[in-house]
Design a protein around this ligand. Structure first.
Ligand SMILES: [Zn+2]
Length: 139
């Protein structure tokens, strides 16, 4: 897990960041952030960050609360693999064979089967934001 702060305020056209706990607009004067393990995090642009999520907060207390909510959420490898399969499907809307899909997702046969089983039979985990113990307090 990585911790850090950033205080640059570039004027790029990226969407504005908000505190992941209270929803406060982060104007760049002070941003507290951490990288947390999250098996539901699959990124469209950077496969190597799969399973990791950047959490932003307006203060250290809110960052600590958000990190704690992710630490309570189980990391389920099959959920991560299922997300990687879904990303592969999005990248190839015309369709792929099962073997092509498995290769595109970078999964072994065993991982592919585990992901399918998870998708069909497992109870979906709520995102930490909806965890009542996580203290989400958006208005
Ligand atoms: Zn906050």
């Amino acid at each position: 897990m990585t911790l850090g702060t950033a205080d640059d305020n570039d004027d790029s056209e990226e969407p504005e960041d908000i505190c992941d706990l209270c929803g406060l607009l982060l104007d760049g004067d002070y941003v507290s952030f951490a990288v947390v393990a999250d098996s539901s995090a699959v990124h469209d642009q950077s496969d190597h960050l799969d399973g990791q999520r950047i959490v932003l907060a307006c203060c250290d207390q809110h960052l600590t609360e958000r990190r704690a909510s992710y630490e309570r959420r189980p990391f389920v490898e099959a959920e991560l693999w299922a997300g990687q399969i879904e990303r592969a499907r999005r990248r190839h809307p015309a369709g792929l064979t099962e073997q092509q899909l498995r290769c595109e997702a970078g999964l072994s046969v065993h991982q592919f089967r585990q992901a399918q089983a998870w998708s069909h039979h497992s109870k979906r985990l709520p995102p930490p934001r909806q965890d009542p113990l996580g203290g989400f307090a958006a208005q």
